[in-house]
Write a protein that binds this ligand. Structure first.
Ligand code: ZN
Length: 290
């Protein structure tokens, strides 16, 4: 679930509250989270200061003062909670554990303590996420190896990427949007929302999306991500959206009326992924010129 807006929200929280702070305690309760890590022992980060927080696609990179970096991929259900000494708390990522509930939760696998009393809890109910500790100098090569496509926040870049790929693919357009090597950062929520905003049925073969629709989609993708960023991550709990100002418009709204036309929002499967759409606003259509 954490997609680009959720991971970017976490990055901004880390930048605001943790950069410049020294880690004084590390308690990793689920060692298997250190997956394919050049250094498998996370406890060595104790004593280090967080120097910077950056992000590429859905990977968060925390640069440490000793020339090492911690990479975090939140996968389906990673969540970061930051509790300051005064008890105030910021939580971003997956909505479980309950951000207002007690921490550590049974799904909390990592606790970091900082020199000013701030505590960070990293939780993951499904345990698919991973942590990787490596020399900062090796991070660029590691990120390159993932083969991420260009960032989905720039309309011109997104349009270029879609024009290069969509006309050559017969798979559903939604499946193309989820391919991180085409555009990086989109997941199930924002792909559904961008397709809704562009009026494209998610099952449309990519090579049958007309050029004007593709241009509209290229505008809708950064727009949808910005909506999520503005909300500090989309509010979806137990697969049910809690829309703010009409966003999310379709994802997590099966059986509810479309905000635009009143038609009941439907859920189907596209490329094995649960997919939400409005049958009226997103009618299947073919290229006009073929
Ligand atoms: Zn509609």
């Amino acid at each position: 679930m954490p997609e680009l807006p959720e991971v970017e929200t976490i990055r901004r929280l880390v930048e605001r509250h943790l950069v410049g702070r020294r880690i004084i305690g590390v308690d990793l309760r689920l060692p298997k989270l250190m997956r394919d890590s050049p250094c498998p022992d996370l406890s060595v980060i104790a004593g280090q200061t967080i120097a910077a927080a950056r992000r590429q696609a859905k990977v968060l990179v925390l640069d440490l003062s000793n020339g090492w970096s911690l990479l975090v991929h939140f996968k389906l259900s990673g969540q970061l909670a930051i509790e300051r000494p005064d008890g105030s708390r910021d939580v971003a990522g997956h909505p479980v554990p309950d951000p207002t509930g007690p921490f550590p939760h049974k799904a909390t696998h990592l606790e970091l303590r900082f020199d000013d009393g701030t505590i960070v809890w990293y939780s993951d109910i499904r345990q698919f996420s991973w942590l990787r500790l490596m020399p900062t100098g090796d991070v660029e090569a590691a990120l390159t190896a993932f083969g991420f496509g260009p960032e989905a926040l720039d309309e011109a870049v997104v349009l270029w990427a879609l024009k290069a790929v969509a006309p050559r693919r017969r798979i559903p357009i939604k499946t193309v949007l989820l391919d991180q090597t085409v555009i990086a950062g989109l997941g199930n929520i924002y792909a559904d929302e961008a397709l809704f905003a562009a009026g494209i049925h998610p099952g449309t073969p990519a090579n049958e999306v007309s050029r004007p629709r593709l241009a509209k989609l290229a505008r809708s993708i950064p727009w949808a991500l910005e909506q999520g960023l503005a909300q500090g991550g989309a509010k979806i709990v137990n697969n049910k959206a809690r829309p703010i100002d009409g966003f999310p418009a379709v994802h997590g709204r099966q059986g509810e009326p479309c905000f635009t036309c009143g038609t009941t929002v439907e859920k189907i499967r596209v490329g094995a992924r649960g997919t939400y759409f409005c049958p009226t606003c997103q009618k299947p259509r073919l290229k006009k010129h073929v």
